[in-house]
Design a protein around this ligand. Structure first.
Ligand code: NAG
Ligand code: NAG
Ligand code: NAG
Length: 798
């Protein structure tokens, strides 16, 4: 709703401002003495067509960036910037001085940035329609142009010659120089390379055009093809080619912060060709290199993700950096910084070897190739496990086909193979909490040694020195990537959503045969997308009575598709055909938290902590980091799914908006589920993010205690978990909450902290509840937790 409204508003604004802005925003040549000052509103000069603007953009709360951006689209996507390493405060100024200097200075007058001019005699500055910002002399010769000094982006009509490079940003929203280069080397090879961060030098190549000696110019031509030419202009290698008539699309190609070079297109407004109209109003990626960035293998350096982490390729060919069990991100806002152990490492003291204090957790198909310090053949898994547990240096052992490889920290080049048939697994060592409980472990069933031939070959290759040599000989050619099944469907909204026909989905689900679950508004079916390989998906069919305008459905779906977080279930595509509305999601192999938590084999304390943290981070992302805030409205264990590494993945977010439930709640029942719904819902108060905080509080209590909020099996005064938990807290009898759970009992400090956080979350007064961001900070220990007041009469209102 808010999204639709904001679209409408920005459209109205555009209509109102358009005739005016082309005059007022001065698409004219800027003469000597002109200047721009960083203010609360955007200040900029536009190109004659209005497509591009040059000026100040505020970057979060960090300060202002002097930049060039696409000005006619709501995203205002930045394509060039001057001071990414050094954001400037409000009041800073960029000025074309009377004596022909062009300078960015802060409010104290200190010079921050200045272009290196070729020659003197600047007469004017101009933002051109190509996206090129130029400083020109009287005779209109360019003394400086932004096209000669690209940052991370190239645009049509731009070229790159030998020696020039694009430097990726540091992270999605940090415009500092980052960790990857796209460079046309002096020798003629076009390469993707990692960087010896923080130094500028290139480190390891991971993709190459293989045109040593002949590559001369990278061209992004007018019609949107990107290719490498020889000196005589002949094309040596086509990198990407255009989707449709170039006048209908905005285009850009970016060295992304995660190492993937991507060509994006965006349909221009006002075009009426059917080609452009069938595209979503968002950047869609046309082409990407390398095919699998996770296979970056560095002898010095951490690989695609940070140390101690591992890389998993998403369906959109972008990487996801993950921490193994027992580890967490050093900086959750900068996941590529790597992971740290959440526990005290094993003692090497002979008198106190601590061998029985540690456990190994299975991570199927995960490997940290290279750098083993121990290698054993013809051994059983039990032998390998013991060998690692008995060795205080060992932090992970890779086992496959009777071989084991011991590794120590920091682990590098970690990756999870996409193809489960490769087999092999990592066994990661974590500290136990004096467990006597039988834990159900991820992948505990993988006693599968029959695929051993392939396992041996791959594992030996990955881990041996011979392979290292090969790797260096063949440089970046190493990849075991397979064509993505999803690629055969047309790309649609959001970043990479696919548009399916109803028939395709009917076939994929075998006529909607296998039901995974159903609710008031939709039914979910298991599906298989098939070509050379198979790919499991969950297809959610919305009930027929959900009927909204086509445009609105697409807009909401593309808002959901733009979300991207390791704790959310990724939307892959949709179908909007006639009265059929379907959503296609990643398939989550380990089902829902509800069945895990309340099923036969209790998850262990450590896994529950990770699930709680992951869920909190996912909700926080929805609340704080999406371009339009998403309130989930139905957080409960049934909506938290578990992926193949038992990471919590929130599902069904964005549906409240899609289904227009905020308008219908009084008449058509509630989306929220009894027990998890905040009291204000029933009072018809305005729905805020604090609804989700409440539901999370209940979920957290359930995770701590491994039982449902309402449990008729329990004694009467224990029936309502939230009541009981507060009583236990008040009476300082928290151990009652985790009776029989040895691991938790040995971690009472955390139990107490989490119970306190949960009580804060379920405060009756929404304004007393913390934000999800604060909840995450409290759980991570970054912020102290104060003693919560009683949640008061919150139960009576249900
Ligand atoms: C800018 O100046 C150049 C050279 O004087 C001229 O050719 C061009 O038309 C001017 N552009 C605008 C928009 O005034
Ligand atoms: C961007 O990242 C760099 C490198 O970690 C850091 O030094 C800088 O402070 C960050 N900038 C902002 C605005 O957060
Ligand atoms: C751009 O390059 C493509 C591929 O070589 C070619 O087909 C197209 O005609 C070129 N467009 C222009 C405007 O030169």
């Amino acid at each position: 709703m808010a999204l639709a409204l904001s679209y409408l508003l920005s459209f109205l604004l555009l209509v109102l401002l358009l005739p005016y802005s082309t005059i007022a925003q001065t698409s004219k040549n800027q003469s000597l003495g002109s200047s721009l000052t960083a203010q609360n509103k955007d200040t900029y000069w536009v190109s004659p067509s209005g497509d591009f603007a040059f000026g100040f953009q505020q970057i979060g709360k960090g300060g202002y960036l002097l930049a060039i951006w696409f000005n006619k689209i709501p995203e205002k996507t930045i394509v060039w910037s001057a001071n990414g390493d050094n954001l400037v405060p409000i009041g800073s100024k960029v000025e074309l001085t009377k004596d022909g200097q062009f300078v960015l200075s802060d409010p104290t007058g200190k010079e921050i940035w200045k272009p290196g001019l070729v020659g003197t005699g600047v007469a004017y500055a101009a933002m051109l329609d190509s996206g090129n910002f130029v400083l020109a002399s009287q005779d209109s010769g360019f003394l400086w142009e932004s096209f000669d000094h690209p940052t991370d982006t190239i645009l049509p009509t731009m070229t790159m010659n030998r020696g020039s490079k694009l430097v990726a940003h540091y992270s999605e929203r940090n415009y500092s120089n980052g960790r990857f280069h796209f460079t046309l080397k002096m020798g003629g090879n076009l390469s993707l390379e990692t960087r010896f961060f923080p130094l500028e030098f290139s480190s390891t190549g991971y993709w190459s055009s293989e045109t040593e000696g002949s590559g001369f110019l990278v061209v992004f031509n007018q019609s949107g093809s990107i290719y490498l030419t020889a000196r005589n202009g002949s094309i040596l290698k086509t990198i990407s080619s255009n989707a449709g008539p170039s006048q209908d699309f905005y285009q850009r190609a970016v060295m992304e912060y995660d190492g993937v070079f991507t060509h994006y297109v965006y349909p221009k407004g006002g075009t009426n060709t059917s080609n452009a109209r069938s595209w979503p109003k968002a950047w869609s990626s046309l082409f990407r290199i390398p095919p699998n960035v996770c296979t970056i293998t560095e002898e010095i350096g951490s690989g695609a993700c940070g140390f101690n982490s591992y890389c998993k390729l998403r369906d959109n060919q972008r990487p996801e950096c993950l921490c193994p069990y027992g580890y967490s991100f050093i900086d959750p806002d900068d996941v590529m910084k790597g992971c740290k152990q959440n526990f005290q490492p094993q003692s090497c003291d002979e008198a106190n070897p601590e061998t029985d204090q540690f456990d190994l957790i299975d991570m199927p198909n995960v490997n940290w190739p290279l750098f083993d310090y121990g290698h054993f053949q013809d051994q059983t898994e039990d032998w390998c496990r013991k060998a690692c547990l008995d060795d205080c240096f060992c932090s992970v052992v890779i086992f496959g086909g009777g071989q084991c490889w011991k590794k120590k920290n920091p682990l590098s080049n970690g990756r999870k193979d996409q193809d489960p048939s490769v087999g092999g697994k990592a066994l990661i060592k974590i500290r136990k909490y004096n467990s006597t409980l039988q834990c159900s472990r991820p992948g505990a069933d993988s006693k599968n040694n029959d695929r051993s031939t392939l396992i041996i070959i791959v594992s030996v290759l990955l881990s041996s020195l011979v392979f290292l040599n090969l790797l260096f000989l063949f440089g970046f050619r190493f990849k075991y990537w397979k064509p993505n099944v999803l690629q055969q469907y047309p790309a649609m909204p959001g970043m990479n959503l696919r548009s399916f026909t109803y028939e395709e989905l009917r076939k994929a689900t075998d006529g909607f045969k296998e039901e995974l679950g159903s609710g008031a508004f939709a039914t979910v079916y298991k599906g298989v997308l098939q070509s050379e390989e198979t790919y499991l998906v969950a297809v959610k069919r919305l009930n027929n009575r959900v009927r909204e305008g086509d445009l609105e459905f697409n807009a909401e779906v593309s808002a959901i598709g733009r979300t991207n977080h390791r704790n959310l279930v990724q939307l892959l595509g949709f179908c909007n055909e006639g009265q059929h509305r379907l959503l296609v999601y990643e398939f989550m192999s380990n089902g829902s938290l509800a069945s895990f938590l309340f099923g036969d084999s209790q998850p262990n304390w450590y896994q529950r902590i990770q699930i709680a943290l992951g869920t909190a981070r996912g909700i926080s992302y929805l609340h704080e980091e999406c371009s339009s805030q998403i309130i989930h409205c139905d957080i409960k264990p049934q909506n938290i799914l578990l992926d193949d590494s038992f990471t919590a993945r929130i599902s069904d977010f964005g549906l409240a908006k899609l289904l227009k439930l905020d308008q219908t709640r009084t008449t058509t029942g509630i989306r929220g589920t009894k027990g998890y719904v905040a009291p204000e819902w029933f009072r018809n108060m305005h729905v805020t993010v604090k609804m989700d905080v409440y539901s999370f509080g209940i979920l957290l209590l359930e995770l701590i205690c491994c039982r449902k909020n309402f449990d008729v099996k329990e004694q009467e005064d224990l029936i309502i978990l939230a009541d009981w938990a507060y009583d236990c807290f008040k009476d300082m009898k928290l151990e009652l909450l985790v009776a029989n759970d040895e691991e938790a009992i040995h971690d009472m400090k955390r139990v107490e902290k989490y119970v306190m956080i949960a009580i804060w979350c379920i405060q009756e007064d929404p304004s007393l509840r913390p934000t999800m961001k604060k909840v995450v900070q409290m759980m991570e220990g970054a912020v102290e937790v104060s003693v919560p007041p009683g949640p008061s009469s919150f139960i009576s209102s249900i």
